[in-house]
Design a protein around this ligand. Sequence first.
Ligand code: SF4
Ligand code: SF4
Length: 420
Amino acid sequence: MVSDCVHCGFCLTTCPTYVLWGEEMDSPRGRIHLIGQGVSGEPLTDSMVTHFDRCLGCMACVTACPSGVRYDRLIEDTRAQVERRHSRSARERAVRAAIFALFPYPRRLRLLRGPLRAYQRSGLQKLVARTGLLDRLAPTLATLESLAPRLRGVPRPPARVRARGERRAVVGMLTGCVQGAFFPDVNSATVRVLAAEGCDVLIPPSQGCCGALSVHNGRRAEAQRFARRLIDTFARTGMDYFVVNAAGCGSSLKEYDELLADDPAYARRAADFTAKVRDLSELLAELGPVAPRHPLPMTVAYHDACHLGHAQGIRAQPRALLRGIPGLELRPIADPEICCGSAGVWNVLNPGPAAELGDRKAKAVLATGAELLVTANPGCLMQVAAAVHRRGGTIALAHTAHVLDASIRGLPPATLTSAR
Ligand code: SF4
Ligand code: SF4
């Protein structure tokens, strides 16, 4: 509730937009004040919508708040209101329509990879007009394409992969939209790690989007449709857990019970589904390791994805898993609570400030001197990689699953530092 906020300001220094601009209305406290005005009947002005739109939804303020203000719920409800009641410009509507017609659809994303590669190589990138859709979407998609491994040689995982050794659990797995289309090697590594740790892994090929992007942008009805479909896809599979390796998706999946609470046909099923959702690192920590780890003598900087650290409170588990690898040295990144500026599609909608936040994070990452940056969200990997590149630096990138997979398989560190 808005009234839970006691205006103490403890959240201000963790808020990336307040850090950038120092404006009260671009802080959590300021936005809560504006939300309160809306609740008391004030009309939704363009200026209010701008301050809400500028929020990354990183949830650093939820972590920082000593009064337990559920800013995540406040901003989600507000965004739904904005979508219902606010009329956006034609250009904004077009950008948003393009984003939501593309990103939640893995097949459409996969189809785009070939043309994107051609776009990058042709030099067209430099000729793209300064306004319109392409200058917003194309650079992001082109970054995805440049960072993603080639699809050749990464076959789609089978619908069921058996546990190695004694079976300890049956897990359903989300392949994701961006993850599935641009980082299929993360999914392959995840499947191998789970199987090595005694899990049967179920990966129905028909699964679609989890709805995270929609729900984080106020498109609740669309998110509910995606959620119902995913629940149906995994119904009667007999899974003990549902595993997610993308932080943004995981935080939304853990709220399916709230998302579908008013749907009599799905409320109970959504609650059962939610109870089974685990981030990959969370499940592995819960099960405990059985697969032997081989040494990986290398330095690693671990970046907390906001939707893993702030939204799910998962910080210790990935670090414990990485520290469990002999020879691996973990180095801390300064100001870990500040978002890298990726935040779903926020960097597409706000390219200027997103680049500033990316530059700050890249500077902190490079200062660690680590050989490898590890995180658990495809958006963060791309955002930090692009910023490191802009600064003329170099650092290899990997998902937690890649590192565990390399250690379990006894691969050398060079597999991680040269492959990406
Ligand atoms: S969610 Fe992040 S960007 Fe939004 S108000 Fe909270 S700290 Fe600031
Ligand atoms: S949201 Fe929490 S931390 Fe921020 S001003 Fe309000 S009570 Fe204080």
